[in-house]
Ligand binder design. Structure first.
Ligand SMILES: [Zn+2]
Length: 77
């Protein structure tokens, strides 16, 4: 049993990602959030707790690194 690694902004930036994708669990709307100005110790999951949905007003949204920005790695896995 390996615990899920905690994704922090600094770890995310190490992958070349500077934005997070925010998805609302209630209405499903998505937004890309620029997190350049935030400290690296903040976790991606924490971000969602402070961001309410702009469409339906849900108090919490799901956040994940915007993987599309990640540098493609040749021959990984
Ligand atoms: Zn919503």
């Amino acid at each position: 049993m390996s615990p899920k690694p905690i994704m922090t902004l600094s770890r995310m930036r190490a992958c070349g990602i500077t934005t997070v994708r925010r998805v609302c669990p209630q209405c499903g709307c998505q937004a890309i959030v620029q997190v350049d100005g935030l400290p690296g110790g903040v976790t991606v999951a924490e971000l969602g707790k402070g961001l309410c949905c702009i469409s339906c007003g849900a108090p919490e949204t799901n956040t994940q690194p915007n993987w599309r920005e990640a540098q493609p790695r040749p021959a990984a896995h």
